[in-house]
Each structure stands twice: as C-alpha cells, then as structure tokens.
Design a protein around this ligand. Sequence first.
Ligand SMILES: Nc1ncnc2c1ncn2[C@@H]1O[C@H](COP(=O)(O)OP(=O)(O)OP(=O)(O)O)[C@@H](O)[C@H]1O
Ligand SMILES: [Mg+2]
Length: 211
Amino acid sequence: MINLEGVRPFAEGGNRVCYIHPDNKNLCLKISKQEVVKKIRSNAPWYKKLRSEQSFDDNFREERAYQQRAVKRNPQKIWRHLARWHEFVGTSKGLASCTELITNNDKVALNLEEYLFSKGRTSEINNALKDFEMFLKETKLLTKNIIPHNLAVKENDSGLTLKIIDGLGCMSFIPLPEISDAFAKRYIKRRIELMYSRIEWDLSGRKGSWK
Ligand SMILES: Nc1ncnc2c1ncn2[C@@H]1O[C@H](COP(=O)(O)OP(=O)(O)OP(=O)(O)O)[C@@H](O)[C@H]1O
Ligand SMILES: [Mg+2]
C-alpha cells in the first residue's frame, strides 16, 4: 500500500484529489472524493440507485472508458493525445487510479484553462487545437464534453500537444456512438464544436451559457 500521509496533493477537481506518486514522479494518483460519489448516488433516480456504488465513481467510469473501441483500434497512436491509464492501487487515503502524469521539465503541465488564462489564444495553442481536433475525428475517441481544465498542455520540440487527463467516455443517453462509427462521427463533431464554444466562453468572461 502506498503511504500518502503528509503528501500534498498537486491539484484537486470537483470529483478527485490528485497526487504525484511518491515513488515515481511520472505517475499520477487520483482518489475519488467519497462524499461526492455518495451525493451523486443519492441524487440519482431510483432505477440508477440499483447500480453499485462503483458505477458513480469517476475512477471506475474512467477505467471503463479506456476500454472503448477507439483505444483498442489505435493501440499506438491514441497515446499521443491521451494520458496512459495504468492500474488501481491501494493508498492510505483510499483506492487510487494510477495514470501517466503529464509534465514539462519535471513540473506538472498546465491544463488548457490555465494556459489560456495566462497566455491567451497563441498561434502555438491554435495549432495544438487543430491537431487535437484532427486526431479526434480520425480515431473517433469518445469523450464527454471537452472542458479546457481536462486537457494538459505538453511542450515538445515541434510545439504543443494537448492530452486528455479527464473526461473520457460517452455522454449519450443511449450510447450508440460506442457501437456505430456513423453515430461516433456525429457525436465527435458536436464535442469539437462545444470545445471551441467553451474556450470562447472561458476567455470572454463566462457570461450566459457556454453551450
Ligand atoms: N495526469 C495528469 N497530468 C497532469 N495534470 C493532471 C493530470 N490529471 C489531473 N491533472 C490536473 O489536476 C486537475 C484535476 O484533475 P481531474 O480533472 O482528474 O479531477 P476531477 O475531480 O476528475 O475533475 P472534474 O472537476 O473535471 O471532474 C486537472 O484539471 C489538471 O490540472
Ligand atoms: Mg477534471
């Protein structure tokens, strides 16, 4: 078991707390906030409450999302824009998912929201967005709505690369995009449109609805 007592998280989202693995600076440990899992479950309609508690936990949903067709069909290419998922590990603060930590010069990478707020829509980030958009269309990787704080900005010799660190999966009520390429194509086109509107909304002071 990994001891996280006294280890400070490097970040925290609405659902999970993130630590750098104490024995490997290239790995990220994410622990779901149990109070959030319980709240989501208690607010769910009765027929969803019949599901196990795990099905309301983002770490378990994410593990399932990594098993989608696009990942299996593109076993090499997919990791260019997706953080690798390794395993579940026990820690002193609860079960953690262990994933690739995205870094630049040994520091945790900025997420896209942080990048945009500090540097704006630079030509480098526009190129990275275009590249990411092409990748999604080509691989048909299914994501929930792509929110800038769920993409990490990796610096490399040829520019910037966006990496998904959260939000993998399909948000359709009936998950047809998981089984049909035609539905996946339409679904992804919409996620890309919404990604750009969310960026615009973030950068223009978050007025009104971003959709
Ligand atoms: N693998 C990673 N590499 C680098 N930074 C990361 C990684 N995973 C998470 N982060 C940072 O930690 C933040 C929170 O992580 P994450 O999005 O996984 O938490 P969450 O609670 O699931 O988020 P949300 O509020 O979107 O549900 C991210 O916005 C990002 O800045
Ligand atoms: Mg997140």
